[in-house]
Design a protein around this ligand. Structure first.
Ligand SMILES: [Zn+2]
Length: 442
């Protein structure tokens, strides 16, 4: 049903796109006056800067507060000026690990069989907008159940039908039979209906599973290398795919131009995925010295998701916890390990990209991860880099995202205080712009 409606909307949007260039020939110019500007996280912060934006992209960054009329090519050019002279401006944030169409809670398990795909997409709109309002202009969805809800959400945002962050979608998580990606705790026939993930066993079948996600228009591939905290099974958190299966998934993804990330907690699974050439590891809770050496050798990113660890430990230690016993045990074991592991990884020189696993924690609270990264030993600037320049690199999109430089998307946010002094300032984002369009202004 949702698919059908989208097609009708697509038709109208396509008609408008054809008509628009005829009606308006002049370029709109958007100018942002930034009191303090961190255009490229890692480079110096500059005062009193002007960001000039055309067609949603950065056309120039100039010192001083520029008068728009001076740069208009043509009197017909429309000028829009945003005064952020009292604010600290930085690039839009990137969360590399979310599940936008769901949120963990006491009713999650029942919700999976109750909620239709269309309702899931609607819920996804709410979650996407919460994250956008929190300053996350780009998110990566690492595993969404059902049919096409997450794809419809991504496409509707890209087409301008609804506001939301830019979404890079992995589609169904790729998991072995009985693995973490295979949702547990239902009757067998129910599993077929909920389409929780793409199950494969053996080399040929794993190649098929990757091709299937690419056919569904996945931007990226997510595999499950080890057991997980939230799977209702006594399988632990060790390696689940064999080495040849990991290799088959990663080689097929790369051959089809997709980056691959691996969910991995146990040391054996982390190291096997890194040896097989994975582009990043999610969680990496029990990483050891060999893992850190492999991270450095391969250039793979670690996406720590400390907030997920803290959140499951909080839920697991609650006396009324809605977690079943099998999950509770793992939650209490894995959660507290994560922060120490990030401390060791950071000291060992592992590249870190920002990710929260938002779904485990409530959507919109993503910036809490910055504080946790700082607790784990990153400087506030290093923490900001994980969600900007590193986040863009982890997506393979540095040419368009992660900093405010000429030719990149005009995705920017503003906060009241300098976040390199007080990282918690990122919890209160007062202004959000995506591709030159203001989506939040307090
Ligand atoms: Zn996740």
């Amino acid at each position: 049903m949702l698919k059908k409606s989208l097609n009708i909307v697509q038709f109208f949007v396509a008609s408008i796109i054809v008509i628009l260039p005829v009606l308006c020939t002049a370029d709109d110019i958007v100018i942002v006056h930034a009191g303090r500007l961190m255009a490229v996280p890692g480079d110096s912060v500059k005062s009193e800067q002007s960001i000039i934006i055309r067609n949603g992209k950065i056309a120039a960054v100039k010192p001083g507060y520029i008068d728009g009329k001076a740069i208009a090519d043509d009197v017909k050019d429309t000028l829009v000026l945003h005064d952020l002279k009292d604010m600290f401006v930085l690039p839009g944030l990137i969360d590399g690990h979310v599940h936008v169409t769901d949120e963990l809670g006491p009713n999650t398990k029942l919700g999976i069989v109750e909620r239709s795909d269309a309702a899931t997409a609607m819920f996804g709109i709410r979650n996407a907008q919460l994250m956008l309002g929190a300053g996350f202009t780009t998110i990566r969805d690492l595993g969404a159940r059902g049919d096409d809800a997450v794809f419809a959400l991504r496409d509707a945002i890209n087409m301008g039908i609804i506001d939301g962050p830019r979404i890079f979608v992995a589609g169904h998580t790729i998991s072995p039979t009985g693995g973490h990606g295979q949702r547990h705790g239902y009757r067998d026939d129910v599993f077929d209906i909920i389409k929780y993930s793409s199950i494969c066993d053996g080399v040929a079948d794993c190649r098929r599973a990757v091709r299937e996600q690419v056919r569904r228009s996945a931007d990226q591939i997510k595999l499950v290398a080890t057991g997980g905290v939230l799977s209702e099974t006594a399988a632990g958190t060790g390696q689940q795919f064999f080495d040849d299966e990991l290799k088959a998934i990663i080689e097929t993804s790369h051959a089809l131009g997709r980056k691959v990330t691996a969910h991995a907690h146990g040391t054996d699974g982390i190291n096997a995925a890194l040896r097989a050439g994975v582009d990043s590891i999610e969680h990496a809770t029990f990483a050891d010295k060999d893992s850190f050496r492999l991270f450095r050798q391969t250039g793979a990113y670690l996406v720590p998701t400390i907030l997920a660890g803290v959140s499951v430990a909080e839920i697991g230690s609650d006396s009324d916890s809605f977690f079943p016993a099998s999950v509770r045990h793992k939650a209490l074991q894995v959660g507290p390990k994560m922060i120490e592991n990030v401390r060791r990884a950071h000291k060992a020189g592992v590249k870190i990209a920002f990710g929260t696993d938002s779904y485990v924690s409530n959507h919109g609270l993503n910036a809490r991860e910055f504080e946790l990264l700082v607790t784990a030993g990153l400087t506030p600037l290093e923490a900001i880099k994980t969600a900007t320049v590193n986040g863009a690199d982890n997506l393979g999109k540095s040419e368009l995202l992660g900093s405010l430089e000429v030719g990149k998307y005009a995705d920017l946010i503003a906060v009241d205080e300098d976040p390199t002094v007080n990282i918690s300032a990122l919890r209160n984002v007062g202004f959000v712009m995506k591709e030159g369009q203001v989506l939040k202004k307090l």
